[in-house]
Design a protein around this ligand. Structure first.
Ligand code: IMP
Length: 193
């Protein structure tokens, strides 16, 4: 069965391809001839994931999955949240976003935060959601050179290093995206029996 992953991120495609049950073939947007950006204009992560999967479904009538991720910080009332990618402005870098968070967190004693990923899957006309959440803390400076985005300032609970200090293998095993993906895979496996 073919599934389109509504992303241009090759890393994400290979991550899921590696653990997909037998019989499923994952296609990228370029595999189906789509180029350009998919709108993400909703106020929640779940609605954005759904918007992305529906955008492709409406045009290609294919089984499709899409995901959206955000970092929610308690002391910032859930920001950057759905605006995680463009927190410091429209064309900002990961570095700009991290700087903005660090400056807004200056002097804050509540450092609690969580990463949340929601996957929307449209399979034969029905939509299903899979969620992965990792709770942790925002530290007061960047540590670690791996990963991307907010990884250098986030320490997941029960660990004593940032996502950016972890090996790729470890992060890909315990991350918010990994948890959501594992639920998706379990669901797909149950559909192949
Ligand atoms: P996306 O929905 O996966 O594109 O994620 C939106 C934004 O959240 C990204 O631009 C990153 O800034 C941030 N982000 C997503 N996943 C991660 C992660 O695993 N670590 C750190 N930051 C992330």
């Amino acid at each position: 069965m073919e599934l389109v992953f509504a992303t241009n991120n090759k890393h994400k495609i290979s991550e899921i391809t590696a653990i997909l049950p037998k019989g499923f073939i994952l296609k990228s947007l370029s595999d189906i001839g789509f180029s350009g950006d998919i709108p993400e204009t909703n106020p929640t992560i779940k609605e954005n994931a759904s918007q992305k999967s529906h955008f492709i479904y409406d045009r290609y009538k294919t089984n499709v999955l899409a995901e959206d991720t955000g970092l929610e910080i308690e002391a910032l009332n859930g920001a950057p949240g759905v605006y995680s990618a463009r927190y410091a402005g429209e064309h900002c870098s990961f570095e700009d976003n991290v700087k903005k968070v660090l400056s807004e967190m200056e002097g804050k004693t509540n450092r609690n935060a969580r990463f949340i990923t929601i996957i929307s899957l449209i399979l034969f006309d029905n939509e299903y959601f899979f969620q992965g959440i990792v709770n942790g803390k925002i530290i007061d400076k960047k540590i670690g050179g791996g990963g991307f985005g907010y990884d250098p300032i986030f320490i997941p609970n029960r660990y004593n290093e940032t996502y950016a200090q972890m090996s790729t293998e470890l992060k890909n095993k315990i991350s918010h995206r990994a948890l959501a993906t594992q639920k998706l895979i379990e669901f797909l496996k149950s559909r192949t029996i």
